[in-house]
Design a protein around this ligand. Structure first.
Ligand code: HAS
Length: 551
């Protein structure tokens, strides 16, 4: 055995990089969870914050720490683990250095951003819409985070290209392929936010220019903002496609279908940002219509994923003797948290995705836009389907990369944690969806609008949100406890649960790895969907908006 390599075959040196990312992610989850608890109690009128702490400050901290920091660190850690394991058994020295450099820059960005938010200089929420203006250092912090993630992504490309060069004519492992697509998509998508931050927000926040073109900045944000949600989802899909079949003792339904669904996500997840701007003036209905059509195209890979997962579960259950229409369901390993947590994520993704289709439909968007319904939608998608999947991954990943084993007690705690999360989310997201339909706005602190009867009728739902939020906070505490317990678990051998495709599956076509075609098509779709509207916004940008600092 090589020095530095554990009996599991996972390289200890690489393991440290993975652990650093995963731990940072969970520290962010804890801090973001505290902010979340407080804001749900404030919003229901249950508590008042001390004068020194602003509601929007907490809301910004919650959004940034949960949606951007927790997810990005977790994703980089998880993907590096899989790259190390599937592309040669260890990271190339240069890739390891890139991983640490990315980690350092993302860490610096996170620290600076958190200080700016908590010192009250950046209460601009996680979407940082202009003309609300934060300290320039908040935008610099965001730039550091993005550049750090680029360097980490380039490390993944480097390891992949090296593997392809040394394995001529071979199809890459599915995990590695998916990691490359995820970071390709991220690379293309973050160009929008990089342009917004570097060209617009930083010069404006330093006072070098006085006004800002709000329409342009929001459009550049959503050019990035929608693929951002797929950047969260794709690693969860990687677990569902590649890891879950192994954990349930089955096989991947089709390697080719899994790759095709990722290619479709690359093509269609970017040119759809206008579905977040359907209610905004200044974009012609034609371009909104076009991007809504593309939005419905991006639903297809998720439907393919659902089909593939059902097939995996049913075929595996039947092979184990499951009889009748649903007898195969009983054969699934319900007592294994590595399966149970992601499975609950999948199950909840069915209503969560349906909610997305509601949002994308122009007329229905007019009902739900800017209401708590949307907040309910993203707590089901990212905060449940994605988060529960990431929790499920943590239960095998941390023991694996530290040379330990998951004990039955931790497994049981994990099951309890998953159930607590689902109950909390049922109350919180359920109430958000309902009260959103009654018109309750998102992004507001507690107010009864001078005892307006309509606003008073929202209160019981806001209390339900607070109850859900409190239960979820217990869930946050428990997962963070579990993470630290996993780091002290007994030493032993764990495996990287990587599924294999079914023998009967068709061979994977090599053209799925012709990156030139897919990048070219992706760019072409973006050019078609964005060039004219962006040109229009730049040429007819008007005098620009003055600055607002409302807190
Ligand atoms: Fe969304 C707003 C449309 C998916 C996140 N979304 C948001 C925001 C966030 C977000 C954060 O069109 C708020 C942004 C803000 O701050 O303003 N969303 C969609 C559509 C989809 C979608 C069409 N969203 C997501 C995902 C997210 C996410 C995924 C995070 C991870 N969303 C919108 C729109 C808005 C929006 C508008 C703007 C609203 C507004 O007006 O502001 C689709 O991708 C959804 C497709 C999904 C499916 C479900 C497939 C189901 C699967 C599970 C299978 C289950 C199994 C279990 C196998 C069609 C894959 C087996 C079960 C057994 C019983 C065996």
């Amino acid at each position: 055995m090589n020095a530095g390599v554990q009996p599991t075959g996972f390289n200890l040196r690489d393991g440290k990089l993975v652990v650093a990312h995963i731990l940072t992610a969970f520290v962010a989850l804890l801090l973001g969870g505290v902010a979340g608890l407080l804001q749900s109690l404030v919003r229901s009128g249950s508590i008042k914050l001390p004068a020194a702490v602003g509601y929007y400050e907490l809301l910004t901290a919650h959004g940034v720490l949960m949606a951007i920091v927790f997810t990005t660190f977790f994703i980089v850690g998880f993907l590096y683990s899989g790259i190390s394991h599937t592309l040669g058994g260890k990271l190339l020295p240069v890739v390891l250095r890139m991983g640490w450099a990315g980690f350092g820059l993302m860490g610096a960005g996170t620290a600076l951003g958190t200080v700016m938010i908590l010192s009250g200089k950046a209460s601009v929420l996680y979407t940082f819409y202009a003309p609300l203006k934060a300290s320039p250092y908040f935008y610099i912090a965001l730039a550091l985070l993005v550049i750090g993630s680029w360097i980490s992504g380039w490390g993944i490309f480097y390891q992949y290209t090296y593997w392809k060069r040394t394995h001529r004519g071979k199809i890459s492992p599915l995990f590695a392929f998916m990691a490359v697509v995820t970071f390709l998509m991220w690379q293309i998508a973050t160009l929008g936010v990089a342009a917004e931050v570097l060209i617009q927000l930083i010069p404006w926040s330093f006072g070098w220019v006085e006004t800002i073109n709000v329409m342009l900045s929001r459009t550049l944000f959503w050019y990035f903002g929608h693929p951002l949600v797929y950047f969260w989802l794709m690693p969860a899909y990687m677990c569902w496609y590649v890891i879950i079949p192994k954990i349930i003792g089955g096989k991947i339904y089709s390697d080719a279908l899994a790759r095709l669904s990722f290619i479709l996500l690359l093509l269609f997840s970017i040119p759809v940002g206008f579905h977040h701007q359907l209610m905004e003036p200044g974009i012609s209905p034609f371009w909104k219509y076009l991007q809504v059509v593309l939005t419905f195209m991006v639903v297809i890979p998720s439907l393919m994923t659902a089909f593939s997962l059902f097939a995996t579960f049913e075929l595996n259950g039947r092979a184990r003797g499951g009889k009748g229409l649903f007898g195969w369901l009983r054969k699934l390993p319900w007592g294994d948290v590595r399966f149970f947590a992601p499975f609950m994520g999948m199950l909840i993704f069915i209503p969560a995705g349906a909610g997305g289709i509601v949002n994308a439909s122009n007329q229905m968007n007019a009902v739900v836009h800017n209401t708590l319904w949307v907040t309910g939608h993203f707590h089901l998608t990212v905060a449940t389907s994605v988060a529960l999947t990431f929790f499920g991954i943590t239960y095998w990943l941390l023991p694996l990369v530290t040379g330990r084993v998951l004990t039955p007690r931790m497994n049981k705690l994990g099951i309890v944690q998953t159930i607590i999360w689902c109950i909390g989310m049922f109350f919180m997201s359920g109430a958000m969806h309902l009260v959103g339909l009654f018109g309750a706005p998102r992004r507001t602190a507690y107010t009864t609008y001078e005892d307006n009867p309509e606003a008073l009728s929202w209160l019981p739902y806001e209390v339900a949100m607070a109850i859900g939020g409190t239960i979820l906070f217990i869930g946050v505490l428990l997962i963070v406890y579990n993470v630290f317990a996993l780091l002290k678990a007994p030493k032993g051998e764990s495996e990287y649960p990587l599924g294999e495709a079914m023998e009967q599956a068709e061979a994977t076509p090599a053209y799925l790895e012709r990156w030139g075609i897919w990048i070219g098509l992706s760019v072409a779709l973006i050019v078609i969907a964005y060039t004219l509207p962006l040109a229009d916004m730049i040429m007819h940008g008007g005098p620009g908006s003055p600055t607002y600092v409302t807190w």
